[in-house]
Write a protein that binds this ligand. Structure first.
Ligand code: P6P
Length: 281
């Protein structure tokens, strides 16, 4: 696993350079789910593929940017499900974006996740790894190396709320819950970038990130294999919870298609309790 973590660090360093100096414009093609790709999406995906495919323990790569799962080492052990540049449309307005990695063994289902990593490209480049009951924060130092900073954990209750999804399409019970949380004094923290939004709640110790099912997108927007399951792994290991709109642990999900999406809630225990009450779970 150490080799994979190091390869992600190398990819992060290269992606940061691309974010700093490359063109943030659109390419001429679309990805596996029909999203118009940015040149940065394509370059980031290439960088991750190049760095991870050379690791002997990596058997296959499942990229959000590609339709198929690519076999890279027949004798490998892990399948890496990843979003090479999540929230890339925020790059042209110079907001933080991220990369997300789920390290799976055997298949791309929740119970098969063995580790998760995400990278935040912000004023500082930070990497969070969840593995063997530890959630660790690492930071890129002056020498271009990632240095360990601290372990991370979530309190029982926080103060931040990241309410995703198009509000005019929220179901009434969801809107009632969000309004009630704001009435309790929760602070709105939503940039439209899943990685910085969830990183902020984790670093500040607690709160709720919600990307619900809506009337226009009943199955939500965020993708299970590349985005939802890796963060569910991180949040549960940090002492929080990660559920869907029926109260099921996201980590128990069996994925039918590796581009599937699902409604998702990540947060401290008390906030997830508020979701369960609002959804009648
Ligand atoms: P909306 C970025 O496109 C992304 O996939 C996630 O990073 C983010 O949480 C979500 O979509 C934002 O979606 O509908 O709020 O713009």
């Amino acid at each position: 696993m150490k080799e994979i973590f190091e390869a992600v660090g190398k990819a992060a360093f290269r992606i940061q350079e691309a974010l700093s100096y490359d063109d943030t414009g659109y390419a001429d093609n679309k990805n596996a789910t029909g999203d118009v790709q940015l040149k940065l999406d394509i370059k980031s995906d290439y960088i991750v593929e190049e760095e991870l495919s050379r690791i002997p323990t990596v058997k296959a790569l499942a990229s959000e940017e590609k339709d198929q799962v690519d076999l890279v080492n027949e004798s490998g052990r892990y399948i890496i499900g990843y979003d090479p540049l999540d929230g890339s449309s925020l790059a042209d307005v110079n907001l933080s974006v991220g990369s997300i990695f789920g390290i799976y063994e055997g298949d791309l289902n929740g119970p098969s996740l063995k580790a998760a990593i995400y990278v935040v490209y912000g004023p500082r480049i930070e990497l969070v790894s969840a593995y063997r009951d530890r959630v660790e924060l690492w930071r890129l130092d002056r020498n271009g190396k990632f240095s360990f900073v601290q372990t991370l954990s979530l309190k029982e209750r926080g103060k931040l709320l990241a309410p995703g999804g198009t509000q005019k399409h929220w179901y009434p019970h969801h809107k009632t819950m969000v309004d009630a949380l704001f009435q309790e004094g929760y602070r709105l923290r939503y940039s439209g970038g899943m990685v910085p939004d969830l990183h902020q709640i984790l670093i500040k110790g607690g709160g709720l990130f919600a990307y619900p099912g809506t009337s226009d997108k009943p199955e939500g927007k965020l993708r299970l294999v590349f985005e939802v399951l890796p963060f569910a792994f991180v949040y549960e290991m940090a002492g929080g919870e990660a559920i869907d709109d029926r109260g099921r642990r996201l980590m128990e999900y069996t994925v039918a298609g590796h581009h599937d999406t699902c409604p998702c809630f990540f947060g401290s225990r008390e906030e997830i309790g508020a979701v369960k009450r609002a959804y009648g779970i």
